[in-house]
Design a protein around this ligand. Structure first.
Ligand SMILES: [Zn+2]
Length: 167
């Protein structure tokens, strides 16, 4: 299912502002609860700004022990979209342009709508931690520290490797 924000509707809205509530599971993401988002879209001349808060719970797989665990999401969205193509004015390498530190603009390339579903999908993916660990008591951590031979407590094991068994 798609949720589209029509730019035409936004231009006609009072104060050129529209509010949108999103409350459903997103395909491609293991959602334990529906993803809830309270978004505000504002037309700012050549740009459209979408801000809001996103919450929900997703299921992730621990990188260390491979157990499934729940991860709570709670983050802010602040996205700028350009109605006019920015190609030529900025970097031509992609669809997203950095206009100042940390502020990215997505080029709409003349599109008449913004796909809220896709925006939320991308935002949730970006807010999932790179290192997914189920918790401080993860049983995979022990396994990792055993492998870590730079740990001074394990130096004794290194000594035994200086003279490997003759074969
Ligand atoms: Zn784990």
């Amino acid at each position: 299912m798609e949720k589209l924000l029509l730019i035409e509707d936004l231009e006609k809205a009072e104060d050129k502002t529209l509010y949108c509530t999103f409350d459903e599971k997103i395909e491609g993401i293991e959602c334990v609860t529906p993803i809830h988002a309270q978004l505000c879209a504002k037309s700012l001349g050549d740009f459209i700004q979408i801000t809001g808060n996103v919450t929900g719970t997703v299921e992730l797989e621990c990188d260390l022990c491979l157990d499934k665990f729940n991860h709570d999401l709670d983050f802010e969205i602040d996205e700028l979209f350009s109605k006019q193509s920015l190609l030529g004015e900025y970097d031509e390498s992609g669809q997203e342009f950095e206009i100042k530190d940390g502020q990215f603009v997505t080029d709409l390339n003349g599109a008449k709508e913004i796909d809220i579903y896709d925006l939320l999908y991308q935002s949730v993916i970006l807010n999932i931690p790179n290192k997914k660990v189920c918790g401080i008591n993860c049983k995979g951590r022990q396994f990792l520290s055993e492998e870590n031979t730079t740990d001074p407590r394990l130096a004794v094991f290194d000594d035994s490797l200086i003279n490997p068994k003759n074969s």
